[in-house]
Design a protein around this ligand. Sequence first.
Ligand code: SF4
Ligand code: SF4
Length: 392
Amino acid sequence: MVEIDENLIGKEVLEMAFDRCIKCSTCKYSYKDFEKSCPSGERFLFESYWASGKIRIIRGVVTGELEWSEDLKDAIFACPTCGACMDACQAPHADYIVDMIEALRELAVKHIGPATNQEFLVSRCEENCNPYGESNSDNEELKKQFNLPDKADWVYYIGCTSNYRQQSLRDSTLRFLKKSGINFTLIDEHCCTSPMIRTGQLSIVKDYMNYNIAQIKNTGATKVITSCAGCYRTFKKDFEKFGEEYDFEVFHTLELVKQLLDDDKLKFKSEYNKTVTYHDPCHLGRHMGVYELPRVIYKQIPGLKLVEMKRNRNFAWCCGAGGGVKIGYPEWSVEISKERLDEAKETEATVISSVCPFCRTNLSDANDNYNFDFEVLDLMEIIDQLDIEIEK
Ligand code: SF4
Ligand code: SF4
């Protein structure tokens, strides 16, 4: 067996590349109707871009049969880590394929560096604690605006995309949380580290995780709520992978909305008379197995007609923003979203909705670039438009 550097976070999953994949190619298409499912393979149409090829690259570079070179970069980094391959593959390593791709990236960053522009994800964080390069918000202004305490039971972890790019989603969430009556506050956040983990750039990850845990602890909160599928996955899955423990519970806003509906505390007092199609964020769907929860909520909104795209739930086509693709391959990233909007068009919905600020960003970009006429809205923004009553 080839020796793999003990210090690599992804060491264990890299070992899977040696004896698990049988190169059957099942990962290339959805097992339902053999629909296209892998944005990377479909765009580049070359074996190395599908999951099976990436696993082959791991074997090659670890054994030394394949030399590290710049030519490998696109095959390694041009993939939104959507996880459609995990869903399609029927072999025992299926659930670990995205981890394997991330481990390959960890290795690649050491040997050939990240893909073009992905290095900014780290350098901007080092300067401003967020990958957008925006001046860091310590969220004190928002705390004043929403009259939030320093100590609380809950922390709303806003996440960089909502805080710096999708403030309508952020503010809709803040208004909902205020109406819900939960005792919550905000922290001076560092990035959750999702963009760095997805692109194999791990230098600041553990420090950032420790920082966020300490900030949350300072508030005395025992519950953290986020409106971002990426932050949710990172807190729920990646902190443990990096050996960072915390003693608070983590929720997506969906879970609070659903709980309030189940307890008969949340009442919708007005109607939303539009046809809506739901886009499953990869980080919430295939990565975390959350498919029905959002659908149950949309269906309880009076007047709202929920229609499904052809590829939905575990078969959903990715929005194209994740895995460092938005910054590394910006034009292609939006082309992936265009394919999603073409599919949404077939449903005759006028609203495409999701529960992730990153999906909202990329779907909006495609909507604008390709002159679709959808309203692109997060579920929290739809709820914000309604007259609601929450029993406290
Ligand atoms: S990753 Fe899974 S589906 Fe793809 S070739 Fe290997 S065993 Fe087959
Ligand atoms: S994660 Fe998505 S884009 Fe990447 S290889 Fe798997 S199916 Fe293809």
